[in-house]
Design a protein. Structure first.
Length: 151
């Protein structure tokens, strides 16, 4: 079987393929690349086990308005990362409590650093507006990365 590709039809097909590739939003491409990038080969993956935004069954009658803090819990075999995402900062704690270095990795490749104190508390003064994940190297040489988070 032979294809009847002439110079013009081949160029038209190529132009169509390239224009389709250009129509994909840049954020979508960056997210796809970030998902397949191999960051921290030695890092354990911490799975999301709790998201307060999904706790719809917990209705409280003591508050007139919904809380502005979102709580997330990520668990790996040797380390848990508790996160609170507020309007002005991202705060968290490592469990078991220990010092460590954290890196907030944004989907666009930007990275922000923070230090957890001896009780495991850490703060990022900026709340991400795009998808992100946390990479943590705890004092006891446990290295953990969270799954991607989209607010």
């Amino acid at each position: 079987m032979t294809d009847d590709w002439t110079g013009d039809s081949l160029l038209a097909a190529l132009d169509e393929a390239l224009s389709a590739a250009r129509s994909v939003p840049p954020d979508f491409v960056a997210t796809g690349k970030a998902c397949f990038a191999w960051h921290g080969v030695d890092a354990e993956l911490a799975q999301l086990t709790r998201d307060s935004a999904l706790d719809s069954g917990l209705v409280t009658t003591a508050r007139a308005e919904p809380a502005v803090i979102r709580a997330l819990t990520f668990v790996s075999t040797r380390l848990t990362i508790e996160l609170e995402i507020g309007e002005d900062a991202l705060r968290g704690q490592l469990v078991p409590h220990q010092a460590g270095e954290l890196e907030l990795q944004l989907v666009n490749g930007e990275k922000l650093g923070a230090r957890a104190d001896e009780l495991g508390y850490f703060v990022f003064a900026r709340v991400p507006t795009t998808s992100f994940r946390l990479y943590c190297r705890a004092e006891n040489d446990v290295t953990v990365t969270t799954t991607w988070i989209t607010l």
